[in-house]
Design a binder for this molecule. Structure first.
Ligand code: ADP
Ligand code: MG
Length: 692
């Protein structure tokens, strides 16, 4: 039995460690920086750095690194040892305040989307003291933000912190109207992370998995997920061992790993932590993904984080559970029990509803990647249309606000904003509407569109800023009102009425929904290239600049990077397919049909007619010809990329390359079921998904 409380956070320079390792005055100065965002004085930084180094060395660390999240979304780090030479040939272990606070990685190899020319590729990383330093692989990790020397933001963390400031500022204004003095409002996030675990031996034989993270070929196995025998099923010993070690590694790093279970698809699992502050939750999720991969390797497994590793069975998402709360722990999305609490809740709820409607495009963009395009709308994940589910009880209340009629579900007593008091809203533990992209689950919202490999910063930047904007508008209006209660009632009624269209409690997977959504005027941005140009629309630029989250050029660069990433992913996938077709699949088909032909000829020579085998040979031969055509067509498409802007190029990949890839796959999968197992050059879905 492990002593979990002792293990938990043992590799983190957390509050407990700070209290014991820092002089009181330094501890207090650091606390002030962490809670109020004040700058850290150099002499304070030096003392903190030295204490951190001593603590890290005690724990066996020899190196330190600034740890940041460049716009690739993948974690970046550059390790330096603490070693400093001294006279006489020896060394001492040193770590200065300057090294703690600021690092200077070469920024030129990270995507900047045209923000700066390579020759002035200087960038620096700055410590984010609100996210604790930690030790991993004998290295002290210092969570940092990443900027260029000209001040442009080059990472995902800085805008997230800015968006948290924005929503905090506006929410505090609103709370003040309810008579509450609040210093800070925090956004909280809990990420449910889905993933696949497969045997490393199978992985090693699949170039598609190795190079692209997903299978580009593969006929469906005779068994899919129709037996519903995997979801919440008993966890197999090998997976259990993986999960146990994963938990231990995560706990050491102070990550609240809590829930684990099998997911719907074979070999699919989920891990969810207890929620925490958004920026920490993002850091923790980034670490979780990395550690999942590493731990899997130690168990002879490979952890697949791609959104759609296998066709025909569910892909993986990452539910972003999101709420806002005060620094004293009040959850602002909790309906509460008294009419006054209800009124405040309704105002925040209205802000979220309006935000999701006004900024549907941004929420869609925040989850737009080549991988996630395979998942959204594939009858397993929410469609690409953003809508909200609020549950029957709450919907009845909202309806009564719009119509002015008493709501049957609600209490009879009237609350001060002129609507009936809210009924008790049960926490939606049963996940009653899994088909909604954005579901209210009792005291938080669950955004279900993000893909499994996403850096969650993107989603939370959009969400925080959009809600901040609505709260700003509400605060402006209500601060100016003579009669607060009357103005509040009017505002809620007006906005709920205006944004009815975004609320949809029906089946989001149904065929009727896109038709209905179109009637409602909701966006249906099916692919990444369709969605991304909305990023820099006038409305969205106005939003982000007003709240100091992005400058217009930072937005343009992000749009550019996302589009390029999409095109690059498809290019790699296309090239991998051509390669696998020519080097593995076509030769396998040729060899198999050759063997069948020989058999037919031999049989014929001794007077046995084998028409069925001859037919099989003819079919595989024809299929081989088709495969050759497909490889050629795909190659031609890949070499015909137009020399245009990033939208044009991404659209080309979507419209001219993707269909060729689908044709090639269909042709290969049709052969896979005909060619003998001994000749098929790679593990099949049955081998991969049902063996572990
Ligand atoms: P499910 O969606 O499977 O029913 P749970 O109810 O277990 O999931 O919760 C999912 C996630 O939501 C967990 O990570 C949990 O910590 C998180 N969560 C709960 N309350 C909040 C909150 N107020 N803010 C953000 N996340 C929250
Ligand atoms: Mg969930």
């Amino acid at each position: 039995m492990k002593n979990v409380p002792e293990l938990f956070g043992s590799m983190v320079f957390n509050d407990k460690v700070m209290r014991t390792h820092l002089p009181k005055s330094v501890y207090e100065a650091l606390q002030k920086t962490m809670t109020e965002g004040t700058a850290l004085a150099p002499h304070v930084a030096s003392v903190v750095a030295n204490a951190m180094k001593d603590w890290a060395i005690e724990k066996g660390a020899t190196h330190f690194t600034h740890w940041f999240q460049p716009m690739t979304g993948v974690n970046a780090e550059k390790h330096d040892s603490f070693l400093t030479p001294v006279d006489g040939g020896g060394v001492i272990m040193e770590f200065s305040g300057k090294e703690l606070v600021k690092g200077e990685p070469d920024a030129s190899s990270f995507p900047s989307g045209g923000l700066r020319a390579t020759f002035e590729a200087r960038g620096y990383t700055a410590w984010d003291p609100t996210s604790y330093a930690f030790i991993k692989d004998d290295t002290l990790y210092i969570p940092t933000a990443f900027c260029s020397y000209t001040g442009e933001v080059l990472d995902k963390k800085t805008p997230l912190l800015r968006s948290m400031d924005a929503i905090s500022h506006q929410a505090c204004r609103v709370l003040k109207l309810f008579g509450k003095e609040t210093k800070r409002v925090v956004t909280t996030v809990g990420a449910e992370q889905e993933y696949f675990l497969i045997d490393a031996k199978d992985y090693a034989k699949r170039p598609d998995l190795i190079l692209t993270g997903r299978t580009l070929f593969g006929a469906h196995a005779p068994k899919g997920q129709e037996m519903e025998d995997h979801y919440f099923g008993s966890i197999r010993p090998r997976v259990k061992a993986f999960m146990a070690e994963l938990d231990e590694e995560l706990w050491k790093l102070g990550i609240y790993a809590k829930t684990e279970h099998n997911e719907v698809a074979p070999c699919q699992h989920e891990s969810a932590p207890v929620f925490c502050k958004a920026n920490i939750a993002v850091d923790h999720n980034q670490l979780t993904m990395e550690i999942m991969k590493n731990v899997a390797q130690r168990h002879g497994l490979v952890c697949l984080l791609h959104e759609k590793p296998f066709e025909g069975i569910n892909g993986s998402g990452k539910h972003n559970n999101w709420s806002i709360g005060t620094d004293s722990g009040e959850n602002l999305l909790d309906p509460g029990k008294t009419p006054a609490e209800n009124a405040q809740f309704l105002l925040f709820l209205t802000a979220v509803i309006k935000a999701v409607d006004d900024y549907q495009d941004l929420l869609r963009i925040s989850v737009a990647t080549a991988g996630n395009d395979h998942r959204l709308g594939a009858n397993e994940a929410p469609p690409a249309i953003v809508s909200m589910y609020v549950g029957d009880e709450l919907e009845a209340v909202l309806k009564s606000i719009v119509t002015g009629e008493t709501c049957a579900a609600a209490d009879r007593s009237r609350m001060n904003i002129g609507v009936t008091a809210l009924p008790t809203i049960p926490k939606d533990t049963s996940d009653r509407n899994r088909t909604s992209p954005f579901a209210f689950t009792g005291n938080k919202f669950e955004f279900r569109m993000p893909g499994s490999s996403l850096n969650m910063a993107c989603t939370n930047i959009m969400l925080n800023t959009a809600v901040a904007e609505e709260l700003r508008q509400f605060a402006d209006e209500l601060e100016a009102a003579a009669d607060f209660d009357a103005a509040l009632a009017e505002l809620v009624r007006r906005e709920i009425t205006a944004h009815q269209r975004i609320i949809f409690n029906g089946n989001g997977y149904g065929e009727e929904w896109p038709v209905e959504a179109e009637k409602r005027g909701l966006l249906n941005l099916k692919s990444t290239p369709e969605a991304l140009p909305y990023y820099t629309s006038e409305k969205n630029v106005a939003l982000f600049t007003r709240h100091n989250v992005y400058t217009p050029s930072e937005m343009a660069s992000r749009q550019e990077i996302c589009l390029e990433e999409y095109s690059k992913s498809l290019n790699i996938e296309g090239l991998t397919m051509v390669d696998m077709l020519r080097k593995q699949i076509i030769p396998a088909c040729m060899s198999y049909s050759g063997k069948v032909a020989e058999g037919v000829a031999v049989k014929k020579s001794i007077g046995i007619d084998a028409p069925a085998e001859a037919t099989l040979c003819a079919e595989v031969t024809a299929g081989t010809a088709k495969l050759m055509d497909c490889a050629q067509a795909l190659e031609t498409a890949l070499s015909g990329v137009p020399a245009g802007g990033s939208v044009e190029v991404a659209t080309y990949y979507c419209q001219a390359v993707l269909p060729r890839m689908e044709e090639a796959r269909a042709a290969s999968d049709a052969m896979e079921v005909k060619v003998g197992k001994a000749d098929w050059p790679m593990p099949t879905y049955s081998d991969i998904l049902y063996y572990l």
